[in-house]
Ligand binder design. Structure first.
Ligand code: ATP
Length: 676
């Protein structure tokens, strides 16, 4: 460790106070991170580098953080690179004078386009020396790639990538031996990996957050000639975690932190309309008795679990519009009487999907309600029968550029939580208080806006009856929530024990459905020869940033769905599995085609079992030998989860939890059944 640090010391003599951060310096840190898998070392490398940025070039702190987390802007800004493997290969080929065929062959052999870019460069003599890349320059260049639109956009994207690649690796640093086996601290490698959406450093956003906190606390102490205490480090981290969970936008947080310091960040950066927060999520349960065990002597409340699309509605009345963070692209849309946006579970902007909600919003608001953030479910609504329609109806609605006059599937908004009201976050208040505020601030309008139906009874029979009623009302089941005390506060981005879900179809079989990523497919047989007949699915291991296979699935698809899936998936085939796919290597278990990890499907299963063929949760201690993974028996396709990204799929840990729960239930039931 010490050796690494001395070797990496200041290899960039021309990075002086006030000059832009050399991109090569960031890549050196990436390369150091690549040499270790230890979380603490990774955090330390990151923190050391960020401290240096703060010391020398604080203006570049934001782009440095963004490049570390492989993002150009917050999710809700809707900025996507919009390029696939083939465009990147084209750019590498054209920059280095190698044919596309050779690049493709290399990619097939190496499996990492970043390393292909490195290999391509080393054979190319440098004719002239371009200006070295800087962190802010690379961020700007990548942003240009993302924002090119219109005719010939693809070609212009390739040109912009070429511009970046041809300036890569021109910084005058000496050869540093420790990197040799990894191909050197190559700028081309990390630009290409950024474009692919995976830096492959095991550098999750959470780790970067901890490094940021450490860097800022150390830097602030250093300026006062002090060394920070462990308590200060922990406090800094806690402050940043809380602030980020309420206001997940580095674009807003970083400037405030650099100018106000980290300890006062909580005062400067609070939840605010315009910046969507990651929603609170629920834990699955299998039986009402499990709910009663969990809440024991604490008051709880039950709500219908509506089956639609989650929507976070942000609103500021016109006369208070300056409270809205609207400097960010795509974040705001004009509603009739104020500024408002609707965000998905993923923080994507849904405003263009629901102009009908935006147009009516102000009529649901009582006088005196000037700004709010609501947590709701939008559900398809039968205007004639005046009732909720199944989820499938909602899915037939267009996703973008919906014109008000063309809306065919009407939606009703069911509000179940209030996170911000009249200039103040209310997430820390108890659920009982939040609900009261919610009911006081809005007026229900039939078929447009309603409060989630709830019931505060604590008896098993009452809950059973309420569950039955929810099912009759076309709901998925119940949400059961802690009602009083600090524990009942709203916990952004957390799958919390304070929110439990009981789905009607849980009550037998495995508790919850799973959301899995499609990694591969098998050609169909018989009637299904022109489409894929079965698919290989995986869960996501968020500790190792890998996809672990969990089952093959061929049930639950209609012919039309199979055709649609074939069309959609053919566009993202790749020649070989990505190195971060974990699947058994035996030949007979390999799918016919592999895909980019892009689509998430909801799947149900009869039960879970151990199998040497799959890798899900193998490292979670479910199998003592560590060889077998968990697999689904009789999996059945339910629907595509457009609102989930692959890294939001069910995690390996959750699969392991489900398996353990099932095992516990089977064991408990086993002997008593035998006893009879
Ligand atoms: P699911 O597949 O069950 O929707 P999920 O991972 O999207 O899973 P969960 O935390 O498991 O989310 O379930 C909560 C979801 O249920 C919310 O995301 C929301 O969309 C929906 N929902 C419907 N009614 C309610 C309610 N009354 N309170 C909270 N969430 C509700």
């Amino acid at each position: 460790q010490a050796k690494l640090k001395t070797k990496a010391k200041d290899p960039y003599p021309d990075w002086k106070a006030g000059t832009p951060v050399p991109y090569a310096a960031l890549c050196t840190t990436f390369s150091l991170i690549e040499l270790t898998t230890k979380r603490l070392e990774i955090t330390e490398h990151c923190a050391l580098f960020l401290r240096q940025v703060l010391r020398l070039t604080p203006d570049d702190f934001l782009p440095t953080v963004l490049l570390m987390i492989n993002k150009l802007a917050p999710d809700y800004a809707g900025i996507e690179l919009g390029i696939g493997e083939s465009l990147i290969m084209k750019a590498i080929g054209e920059t280095t004078g190698r044919s596309l065929q050779v690049i493709k062959a290399d990619q097939k052999e190496i499996g990492d386009l970043g390393l292909v870019a490195v290999k391509s460069r080393s054979t190319q003599p440098t004719m002239f020396k371009p200006k070295p890349l800087t962190v802010r320059g690379v961020h700007k260049g990548l942003m240009e790639v993302a924002t090119v639109t219109g005719n010939g956009a693809q070609g212009r994207k390739v040109d912009l990538i070429k511009k970046l690649l041809s300036s890569a690796d021109s910084h005058s640093i000496g050869k540093i031996d420790i990197y040799q086996d990894k191909g050197g601290p190559s700028e081309a490698k990390f630009i290409v990996r950024f474009l692919e959406g995976k830096l492959r450093l095991g550098l999750a956003e959470k780790t970067v957050l901890v490094s940021i906190a450490q860097a800022v606390v150390c830097h602030e102490a250093e300026q006062e000639g002090k060394v920070p205490s462990t308590t200060q480090m922990e406090e800094g981290e806690a402050v940043l975690k809380t602030v980020y969970s309420e206001l997940p936008s580095w674009d807003v947080i970083v400037p405030a932190m650099v100018s106000n310091g980290i300890m006062k960040l909580g005062e400067a950066c609070k939840l605010q309309p315009g910046v969507p927060l990651k929603p609170m999520l629920a834990k699955p349960t299998k039986a009402i008795t499990e709910v009663l065990d969990r809440f024991e002597n604490q008051a709880f409340t039950c709500e219908y679990k509506y089956d639609g699309e989650r929507a976070q509605i942000h609103y500021v009345a016109k006369d208070h519009a300056d409270e809205y963070v609207n400097a960010l692209p795509g974040a705001t849309k004009e509603a009739a009487k104020g500024v408002a946006s609707i965000f998905s579970r993923n923080s994507e902007d849904l405003s263009k999907k629901y102009p009908d909600i935006l147009a009516k919003l102000h009529t649901w608001v009582k006088e005196g309600t000037k700004s709010f953030v609501l947590d709701c479910e939008t559900v398809a609504w039968d205007v004639n029968e005046k009732k909720v329609l199944p989820f499938q109806q909602l899915m037939t609605r267009k996703k973008k550029d919906v014109k008000l006059q063309d809306v065919k599937v009407k939606v009703c908004v069911f509000a179940f939580d209030l996170l911000f009201l009249n200039g103040e976050p209310v997430v820390k208040k108890s659920l009982r208080e939040r609900r009261e505020l919610l009911h006081d601030a809005f007026v229900p309008v039939e078929g447009e806006f309603a409060f989630a139906t709830h019931m505060n009874g604590q008896e098993i029979d009452e809950i059973q009856t309420f569950l039955d009623e929810s099912v009759k009302a076309s709901c998925e089941g119940l949400m059961v929530k802690m009602l009083d005390g600090t524990e009942s506060g709203y916990e952004p981005s957390k799958r919390s024990r304070n929110w439990l879900k009981i789905k009607k179809d849980y009550l037998a079989g495995v508790g919850d459905s799973l959301d899995l990523v499609v990694l591969g497919a098998y050609y169909g047989k018989g009637k299904r020869t022109s489409v894929y007949g079965a698919f290989l699915l995986a869960c996501y291991n968020n500790k190792t940033d890998t996809y672990e296979t969990v089952c093959n699935i061929g049930t639950g698809f209609s012919e039309q769905v199979l055709e649609d899936l074939h069309k959609q998936l053919s566009e993202i085939t790749i020649d070989r599995p990505k190195p971060f796919y974990s699947h058994s290597s035996g030949g007979q278990h390999q799918p016919d085609v592999w895909f980019e990890p892009r689509y998430v499907w909801e799947v149900k299963t009869a039960d879970l079992t151990l199998s040497p063929r799959y890798k899900a949760g193998a490292k979670e201690g479910v199998d003592p030998s560590g060889e077998k993974g968990i697999s689904l028996r009789f999996p059945r396709f339910i629907k595509i989860r457009d609102d989930k990204k692959p890294d939001e799929a069910t995690s390996s840990r959750q699969v392991a939890e489900m398996y353990r729960k099932q095992e516990a239930v089977t064991k408990n039931k086993g002997p008593s059944a035998d006893d009879d």
